[in-house]
Design a protein around this ligand. Structure first.
Ligand code: AVI
Length: 356
């Protein structure tokens, strides 16, 4: 994925749940790959020809506030729309993080230190990782982790060509599940997880804490986490970023229903739902919803869902942190904030944390 496409694919890993089983194999080029397969998808396809996520969708639409999982945004069309979001004038997130990486990767590499095993969650924005690899001193290995194997192997091959001295071991896996990182040939000085894009913001607070704890277990004492964290800011700036003038975010949100109609035989009336994103100041988060323009009914897999006029489906949270509020949830996982890089307007941060 040009830089944004890579990010979009990474997003597919958000909260994808525990339905995955891991199979190890070695590719011809000697790259160790862990393939992650949704066996539940296969089982369901045989029985009902429905995607494996349908039960989760039905469960979400059956709760008092109807919800849909944000991981479903990232089918091919949704990933393309996310790429477009990243280019929007109003969407400051991607360009600000890219600029921070471009300006400060040397300091980040200095903070990480020599000889690290670097593991990227939701790999890989090749621009960002290249900034880091350009500056890291004698990394033991780089392990990009992504749920999309095809993309991952291609991106890893390109990186290998540019960094022939770095051991690069791509791993196809869901970073929210459990997976083994291949041991590098050289004993690493420490393990560091790189988690860019502020994807952490799309996790509910409890799930974000859980993920940080699994990262802490993975890197161990003395290990580190370099993470992109979107910062709390003027609600008008946030409102514009998630309700853009061109309607790309609206199309991205509505694509959830397009996908359910196509893949799961649902019959959502697409012209009767409207995208709206609102900032919730109590929870410091953008809440994205699809609003029903009228009383209507939709069915999916034999389940019927009634919508009142104005009733909504919650589709995504995007939490915005302060340096302190993120420091607090990181501290619960044992991480101490070592260094923070922000832009002049305080829109976005890249943070380096260590496990003491
Ligand atoms: C992927 N994630 C960090 C994006 C965000 O800003 O929360 C997803 C997104 N949703 C709407 N616009 C972008």
């Amino acid at each position: 994925m040009a830089i944004h496409g890579i990010q979009a694919r990474a997003r597919r890993q958000i909260a994808s749940g525990p339905r995955f089983t891991t199979v190890k194999m070695t590719s011809r080029g000697g790259i160790q790959i862990t393939l992650t397969t949704t066996f539940s998808d296969n089982a369901e396809a045989g029985a009902r020809a429905l995607p494996g996520y349908v039960d989760e969708v039905i469960e979400g639409l059956s709760t008092a506030e109807k919800t849909l999982p944000c991981k479903l945004f990232y089918d091919e069309r949704g990933s393309g729309l996310f790429d477009q979001i990243c280019e929007l004038d109003e969407y400051y997130v991607t360009r600000t993080e890219n600029a921070l990486m471009g300006a400060h990767a040397g300091e980040m590499a200095e903070a990480i230190g020599p000889g690290c095993l670097l593991i990227e969650y939701g790999a890989g924005s090749s621009t960002k990782i290249r900034s880091l690899l350009d500056h890291l001193r004698d990394p033991a290995a780089f392990v990009p982790v992504d749920i999309s194997g095809e993309h991952l192997v291609r991106a890893a091959d390109e990186l290998k060509a540019s960094y022939p001295d770095v051991e690069i071991n791509p791993l196809v896996a869901d970073f929210t599940g459990s997976f083994d990182v291949p041991a590098p040939l050289i004993e690493p000085a420490r393990s560091v997880v790189y988690f860019p894009g502020s994807t952490i913001g799309n996790f509910a607070p409890g799930d974000a804490s859980k993920l940080l704890k699994t990262i802490a277990e993975r890197v161990g004492l003395g290990g580190g986490l370099l993470i992109g964290v979107d910062l709390d800011k003027d609600p008008d700036v946030l409102h514009a970023a998630y309700n853009d003038r061109k309607g790309v975010t609206a199309a991205f949100n509505l694509n959830l229903l397009v996908r359910l109609n196509r893949e799961a035989g649902a019959d959502f009336n697409l012209s009767c739902f409207t995208h709206r994103a609102a900032y919730n100041p109590e929870s410091s988060r953008i809440e994205m919803r699809l609003y029903s323009d009228r009383r209507q009914t939709a069915q999916i897999a034999g389940h019927r869902f009634d919508f009142d006029m104005g009733e909504s489906i919650l589709t995504e949270y995007s939490h915005k942190y302060t340096i302190e509020s993120f420091g607090r949830i990181a501290a619960e996982a044992g991480f101490q904030t070592r260094q923070v890089w922000t832009d002049a307007d305080g829109l976005f941060s890249v943070q380096y944390l260590e496990l003491d």
